[in-house]
Design a protein around this ligand. Structure first.
Ligand SMILES: C[S@@+](CC[C@H](N)C(=O)[O-])C[C@H]1O[C@@H](n2cnc3c(N)ncnc32)[C@H](O)[C@@H]1O
Length: 296
């Protein structure tokens, strides 16, 4: 198997308002280089399994892509992104004024648990509130500092009203360039596969951690069904990251696969425990820039 040692020519800071376990903002520079190498005209960047959409938001805010497509099947994640694009002012107002207390945390947790999709802003904000006040941003995790708030870090440790409002408002200004949907990721892949200006970043729930971290458990049949769609979409430009697992090795045996390290990622030095899988043209660009020559 190939190995890539990636040093993207540009790096971007954190611009997503969400904290996401395994978030991929660090790959934004990789996509910026790929957009150049593929010579995409007015590129559209599509994340069928978006989560925090860390990389996509950096690309859009830097003006490197014309349009960003954020799709996530999780109703609360979807409600959040729709609130960002459709109810931006109200969302920002909530971020500026909401109490950061255990009572409020319990209230937002109730709203989140009720999963009431009819009030997009309430569900979207409840998700955001828990994402910023829970340990590691994990929705099933407890509140930072514990219910007694005796820890070193308290409930407000990751809720900087000013920074978060700025990130949200910047996205509000760009909302006419953001498309938000809650379809199955495979539907989105099919829908955009024929568009030559599209670059797709496919980051599905992992085989190992998928069911623990995310609401929508992804089982072996889902991984297989996704692989079948990927086999169908000849000609599309796509890059995928996955954990290293026998099932994935098997499903993608006939595609380009590579281990990779991000040379500039202080948080993840050395090789990641992930694979990059890519369409032929994206693979060519990756290898040309970052292949590690074999020893000997
Ligand atoms: C690995 S995370 C993506 C992380 C993201 N790349 C980031 O940087 O934040 C996978 C996401 O896929 C979503 N998901 C799970 N099943 C899905 C499905 N069938 N279709 C679309 N999205 C799905 C989950 O809700 C989760 O947010």
């Amino acid at each position: 198997m190939e190995s890539l040692s990636i040093r993207a020519s540009r790096r971007y800071g954190t611009l997503s308002p969400l904290r996401y376990p395994g978030g991929k903002a660090a790959l934004a520079g990789v996509f910026a280089d790929l957009v150049d190498d593929l010579g995409l005209d007015n590129p559209v960047y599509v994340e069928p399994y978006a989560g925090g959409a860390g990389a996509g938001i950096a690309l859009l805010r830097q003006g490197l892509v014309r349009r960003l497509v954020i799709n996530d099947y999780d109703p609360a994640v979807y409600a959040f992104w729709r609130s960002v694009t459709e109810y931006n002012e109200k969302l920002v107002e909530l971020v500026r004024t909401v109490p950061l207390t255990i009572d409020e945390w319990r209230h937002q947790r109730e709203l989140y648990r009720s999963g009431d999709r009819t009030d997009t802003l309430a569900l979207g904000f409840a998700f955001f509130y828990l994402n910023r006040t829970n340990r590691s941003g994990v929705l099933r995790g407890g509140v930072i500092g514990g219910l007694t708030q005796e820890g070193n870090y308290k409930i407000d440790a990751r809720f900087n009203r000013q920074t978060l409002s700025e990130r949200l408002m910047a996205l509000g200004d760009l909302s006419d360039r953001i498309t938000v949907s809650d379809l199955d990721g495979r539907t989105v892949i099919r829908a955009y596969a024929q568009d030559p200006s599209v670059l797709m970043y496919i980051d599905p729930p992992y085989v190992q951690a998928g069911s623990r971290l995310y609401l929508n458990a992804f089982d072996a049949r889902d991984h297989e069904a996704l692989a079948r769609i990927i086999d169908e979409v000849d000609g599309a430009h796509w890059l995928m990251t996955y954990d290293v697992a026998p099932l994935i090795e098997k499903l993608y045996a006939h595609h380009f696969r590579s281990r990779y390290e991000l040379n500039y990622s202080a948080r993840h030095p050395g090789f990641t425990d992930e694979l990059m899988i890519a369409s032929p043209d994206v693979a060519q660009a990756l290898v040309t820039r970052w292949r590690i020559p074999e020893a000997g």
